[in-house]
Design a protein around this ligand. Sequence first.
Ligand code: FAD
Ligand code: NAD
Length: 469
Amino acid sequence: MVERYDIVVIGAGPGGYVSAIKAAKLGKSAAIIENRRAGGTCLNRGCIPTKAMLHAAEVYREALEGEKFGIKVDGASFDYSKICEYRESTIDQLVGGVDALLKGNGVAVYNGTGRLMPDKTVEIESEGGTEIISGENIVIATGSVPSIPPIEGADLEGVVTSDGLFAAEEMPASLVIIGGGVIGTEFAEALSALGCKITIIEALSRPLANMDKDISQNLKMILKKRGVDLHVSAMVNKIEKTETGLRCIFTEKDKEQSVEAEMILCAAGRRANTEGLIGEGLEIAMDRGRIIVNERLETSIPGVYAIGDVIPGIQLAHVAEAEGVFVAEEIAGETPSINLGIVPSCVYTSPEIGCVGMTDAEAKEAGIDVNVGKFLMSANGKSLIAAEERGFIKIVAEAATGKILGAQMMCGRATDMIGEFVTAIANEMTVEDMLRGMRAHPTYNEGIGEALEDIVGGAIHAMPKRKKH
Ligand code: FAD
Ligand code: NAD
């Protein structure tokens, strides 16, 4: 007999497992199919391992730079294999937590590879054989895998993706990173702090090109200070093997150049994971390899939904999770509780980067008249105590109403503080609303108050702006 569920989820990443658990909490019978470990890219090969590496690297850098606080650490050193052990044990704890949550909420877990078949059935292939289950609703949450740009030599040994870099037992002494996006900058931050010589080759004119220009500008300076060699508007032509490692040949400003390194990391984006997913005879609408969905996240097949990295849009764990909740609520006939249009983006460099909503340039392009408040964190007490690198908080508000449209920040705890603006935008709050509550002292958070004050009349802890004559 074919086992039947209210909801069958394919893929137990942050999109899939959250969706299955939420559906179970809403009283639906739920099953989830996973062919690797629960937690998906995020827990096993993405967010968590990078942040663990970044944390270890930060601890090491602080030990080396402790003298500025009067702390002298003689002979500070690290053991890369121990850093990897700490990273893996953090992952294990979190994966164990997801397994326990699935079980505790009564979600049926199938270990195997799911394939969507006609009539909302799913074929599961595992070592034990093949079985079929069916769902009143199916949710595709199969995520993404690294995409490797079509560069001659990209298949050479030593050319890796983020998956390969995590698998490496030793840290390379030198690394060329193709792509100055989020993965590129986070690995550059972590490994440069551990002494790896990093070169970034980015095709666009600045790193993190989809973020505010001030962020890219600050990041460029910080990377330079860390000894990272950054090449922008640069195209990789080919990769060659040398006696000691690899040579990456690229063109920058019409000039061919080359750089040698022990390893090359391809961090040039990720593609949807749909390999073998759709059974013979079934058709599902796709755009450039990603599954197309409507505003209810339903695919071209009625009753089949898709969420997370496998659909068009920004590929982030919290987006996948929010879409997982949205779909579960939709299926259970509840009113969706999360606004999927307001997405915070964070980069875990030092200082951290947090963004949400519109930049002033985007507002201008959209023809919206805005006021921009900015506060330099060099005047923030907490930033000075922590001897933070140069940082800022920028707020974009609609001129006519004071409504918050966006915020961009690069400073300590930016990845936590950006949440204040997500809540503000989701609830259509104004600058005045945000100024009503006081902020604790001394905190990075005070910088938000100062940037808001800059809109209404000038930040308290900043010199008045000179009037133009
Ligand atoms: P995934 O997490 O990719 O999960 C999909 C799951 O489906 C996988 O477990 C896979 O094994 C399984 N699967 C696939 N096909 C099948 C099948 N046919 N049958 C059964 N199972 C299947 N995002 C952030 O928000 N913050 C970060 O700090 C961050 N850092 C990142 C760092 C790196 C290095 C990388 C690579 C990504 C990072 N991301 C980050 C992105 C984040 O990991 C993804 O956006 C997120 O994991 C997507 O979730 P998902 O559920 O859609 O897919
Ligand atoms: P990305 O899209 O952020 O950056 C890829 C970069 O590579 C772009 O700047 C692009 O211009 C450049 N590029 C592409 N082809 C190139 C080439 N041939 N030569 C030189 N440069 C080239 O993608 P990513 O950094 O690979 O990250 C993948 C996904 O993972 C992203 O969608 C991101 O949201 C997610 N992620 C998020 C976090 C986070 O939230 N902190 C961290 C890591 C990854």
